[in-house]
Design a protein around this ligand. Sequence first.
Ligand SMILES: [Zn+2]
Length: 241
Amino acid sequence: MLTQEELELYQRQLIIKGWGRESQEKIKNTHVFIAGAGGLASPAALYCAVAGFGKITICDFDSISLSNLNRQILHNHDRIGMQKADSAYATLTHVNPYIQVEIKNTKITSRNAHTLLEHAHIILDCLDNFETRHILNKACVQLRKPLIHAGVEGFSGQLTVVVPHHTPCLSCFLPKKSIKKPIPVVGVTPGVMGTLQAMEAIKLTTGLGTVTTGKLLIFDGLTMRFSSITLEKNSSCKVCK
Ligand SMILES: [Zn+2]
């Protein structure tokens, strides 16, 4: 049940056509797991928090460095050296004290992925490398949990929602390995794509609108164009076969 304070806090979204108390209660009862606490996770977690998701888990093993701060707006200059998950906790509990924030100061591995994800309803891929993405993807497919993927480079971003056994999975189309060098990026790009991940989490939960499944949404910040390509299930994919 929503309290009087929550009804006031979420008033402007409650009056959206088709939203109402029922959608807000669904959001309150939904646990979102956010893999990563960097550039994509920053806006994704902030907007999931202010939208009222009842529980948000942030998982990151890294600590904050100066070069993170052109894009990772969960953090700030006073927190350099602090664990990113701890910083995310401090930020999110202040932007919305009516939700529960849980942190995991750990790297996602094939050993711990199931345990980390087992209680979550929706998983956000806010990672920066393909190796961990594939571990996350495999666990989501095995646990049959929806995965909202986004990735960025420079002025460009991409997004898709994997619904296990209904849509292609990340392993059907993503490269297996990352190139070992810093990915160039301006903060606005993960700002856009992480925000869209939160939008998809809201739509998945409430049933409003159409979720980006079976296609890859591509954002080009230089021309300000969105386009999408159809994703096909890879018949030789070993993950979602
Ligand atoms: Zn697949």
